[in-house]
Design a protein around this ligand. Sequence first.
Ligand code: ADP
Length: 625
Amino acid sequence: MKKIISILLSATMLMGLTACSASETQKAKFEAGTYEATQKGYGGDLTLAVTVSETEITKVEILSHSETAGISDTAIETLPAGIVENQTVALDTVAGATFTSTAILEAAKAALLAAGATEEDITKAVETVVSDELIEKSADIVIIGAGGAGLSAAVEILKAEGSVIVIEKMPSVGGNTILAGSAMNTSDPLRQEAITMEASEMQTIEEILAMDFEDSLVLEWQATLQSEIDEYNQNEETYLFDSPSLHKLQTYIGGDMIGNPEIINLYGDNTQGALAFLEELGMSWNDSINAAVGATWRRSHTPAKVFGASGADFVLPQAEYVQNNGGEILLEHTAEELIVEDGKVVGVKGVTAQGQPFEVMANKNVILATGGFGANIEMRQEYNEYWPVLDETIPTTNHVGATGDGVGMAKAVDANFVDMEWIQVLPTYGGGIITAYIDNQIYLNHSAERFINEDARRDELSTAILSQEKGEVFILSDANTVNDKIASIAYAESKVEAGTLFKADTLEELAELAGLDANTLVATVEAYNAGIDSGNDEFGRNLLNEKIDDAPYYIGISYPMVHHTMGGVEVNTEMQVINVNGEVIEGLYAAGEVTGGLHGTNRLGGNAISEVVALGRIAGQNAMK
Ligand code: ADP
């Protein structure tokens, strides 16, 4: 991804730098040659080569790395050139890619020291002078936030032949979406027909059909589901049933029935389209359909990683389309305020990372797609009413930019907010976790005992884990899990090597490695496998498709982290933002995590990606009308 902004150096400063270089060329600093150095980045070793003459750094080249596509791109593209341009390694790290940046700067420093430089020679601070001239731009639609929702909206605007500017405060696109584990939920007749439905899954449907609802839309979904299931039974089908009506009902029930049925309806009708939309942009899907942690049904789709790591596939296809079709993405531009004229939102003002002010005016509308506030501890604490505490002791999965800026901007134009108190804590994320799915995995405590049905909702799982010893969970898998379908063998092996995952050929050996009681572990697994035979799990788990009986076995410790903020601005089914008086705010649309209403108290695992794509597209289409 090209960096669209550039640092403006004043003429005086350029002259100063030139004068300085001229005097320094007198003195030899390096032994001319090419020097290699390696440092640990985020994903593993990063190796670079630095070429120097006696007086200058002439080239910095990254030879190999395992950094995450999309997230690390800016650091990899800009820092080597920056070192050559400024003849120093004392450069700022790229926000959101701190590990990669530090690895590049430290490796370059090590190589330069090996070339005979002194620390002083290569760590001179770069001075920049920033213009205070107002940057002025305009487009049909201005979008704030280049995550999944903002970029999906931008594609639709370009398809409708509008012009679009996307304002993004970070140095790279993607937000939380690019960090996503991998799952995207949608019913999918094509792929689900290849899977057999378990009796316990049919039981789940029957329970939903027997529930009492009040809302007329929800009753319609239930009636549709009933007729779909009648037909399924009449035809004596055996495939894994799914449909938009079941997905809508589970989304509503999973959020304790406080979500807005109209928004859930819009979402459920558009998730299959979201899958096809991404495919048309060049990504593809693995054929296996699984249940993401907290998904409550096997409808989670995994990308085939065409564009990079899993999350990259949900964002980079759109970003590429936007850039190839005349859209503009302004990186390192932080929106601070919505510009309002005669009661209508007409533009956005803010400041670049270098401190230069900007105003981007919208000929038609503005779309707010700034994501959630999971990385803003103050806001978490302010709104949280459910968890005992969400302070710095509970880490987050979110990127550093998930600070809820959209909430402040929307508040200033009197937007109404819904469900702000509901904050999702992801039960398993860090440590020895190897997949975002729960198929063929069980959760154990320090006594090697199960304590919950692993296919429960995320809030129930997190609450249960936090009440175990040390607030952590052992996740047990076997070779059936680590089969390159739901968990990559290479990824699991890298965790074994790093010591965060234990692997053994028998459960007894595994227990010893993990410090668990072997007899209890064996008994726990036997009881779980017996539940699969009888179709009756002792904790009421419904997803009973695979026994844990295939060596080698794996176990790792994980723990809950703040993951998603369910609440946000209220929107109508056009994705227009509603104010505190229940009226539409003219000129303002919103989509993605900054909105509330879809997930209620608890978002189903895998529903966020389909939300940002499905509803981001609708915001884009409607904003262009
Ligand atoms: P969603 O899943 O709803 O699309 P993401 O977290 O993926 O949310 O994307 C939201 C994007 O909005 C992030 O890339 C984030 O950096 C960006 N963003 C947040 N606040 C601002 C702001 N004030 N100005 C510009 N971009 C912002």
